[in-house]
Ligand binder design. Structure first.
Ligand code: KIV
Length: 271
């Protein structure tokens, strides 16, 4: 059985929860084998793998296809599908259908919604129907056009206490976990103390119950990554080495060598 919502609840405050994004089967398999607790099929795929400038164009079909690929390659981690912009929050029946599809067709274990006052009732309804919901407060990148950029949120007392109230409302609505993105560490710490469900931070300091980062950022595959991320390897240089190695070997005639070729002795002239 994959990591469950109960497993995450038991880890909160006891041992750090780890979550990473993945968007395809081979990388999901590596993340899973590394014993990361949760794989988020983030709508950050818009920037990370689909070549968009933001997460806004990501579609339900793209999310479903990528989530299914990740789920096929994952044995132990919880797989969470990140619901695309406007796939929820417009019409309840559509939202339920889109979220349900991630569990029914793509084999996700849960969905994540960028949360706000508009997602409290929806969270409750989805949970009633058996769809586990991860909430997400702080910087919610689907609102980039309203926010004017990817800025830190909850930076004054009023907005920080609004965030706390929304965190409590989503906990009460049945969310099993809460992502806190790009918020002051002391705000994330107080929200973590005030609710029982696990908080998972990104740019939210050390006091959340877990940490999440975007896989491309930690691997060194992103052109730009936020200051609160950390590059743990230089996979881009390794890819460049492999690709230029292939090109050079073909151009110089070194590839394919005898070991890569086979000739059929039984065949004489075929023309
Ligand atoms: O889409 C994403 O990758 C996310 C994480 C940054 C939390 O929402």
């Amino acid at each position: 059985m994959a990591t469950t919502v109960q497993d995450l609840a038991a880890m909160a405050g006891e041992e750090p929860i780890t979550m990473l994004t993945a968007y395809d089967a081979p990388t999901a398999a590596i993340v899973d084998e590394a014993d990361v607790d949760v794989i988020l099929v983030g709508d950050s795929m818009g920037n990370a793998v689909l070549g968009y400038d933001s997460t806004l164009p990501v579609t339900v079909d793209e999310m479903q296809s990528r989530t299914a690929a990740v789920a096929r390659a994952t044995e132990d981690a919880m797989v969470v599908a990140d619901m695309p912009f406007l796939s929820y929050g417009v019409d309840e029946a559509d939202a339920i259908e889109h979220c349900g599809t991630m569990l029914k067709e793509a084999d996700a274990n849960a969905v994540k919604l960028e949360s706000g006052p508009h997602t409290v009732e929806l969270t409750q309804r989805l949970v009633e129907l058996g769809i586990p919901v991860m909430a997400h407060l702080g910087l919610t990148p689907q609102r980039v056009n309203q926010l004017g950029g990817y800025f830190r949120q909850g930076t004054d007392e009023e907005s920080a206490s609004e965030m706390l109230e929304l965190a409590k409302a989503h906990e009460e609505a049945g969310a099993f976990s809460l992502v806190l993105e790009h918020v002051p560490a002391n705000v994330a710490s107080q929200i973590t103390d005030a609710i029982d469900i696990p908080t998972i931070g990104i740019g939210a300091g050390p006091d959340t119950d877990g940490q999440v980062l975007v896989l491309n950022d930690i691997m060194g595959l992103s052109d730009r990554s936020p200051y609160f991320s950390e590059q743990f390897a230089d996979v881009k240089s390794e890819m460049e080495r492999a690709i230029t190695g292939f090109r050079d070997a073909v151009e110089s005639g070194e590839f394919p060598a005898e070991a890569h070729s086979y000739s059929e002795d039984e065949i004489d002239d075929i023309y």
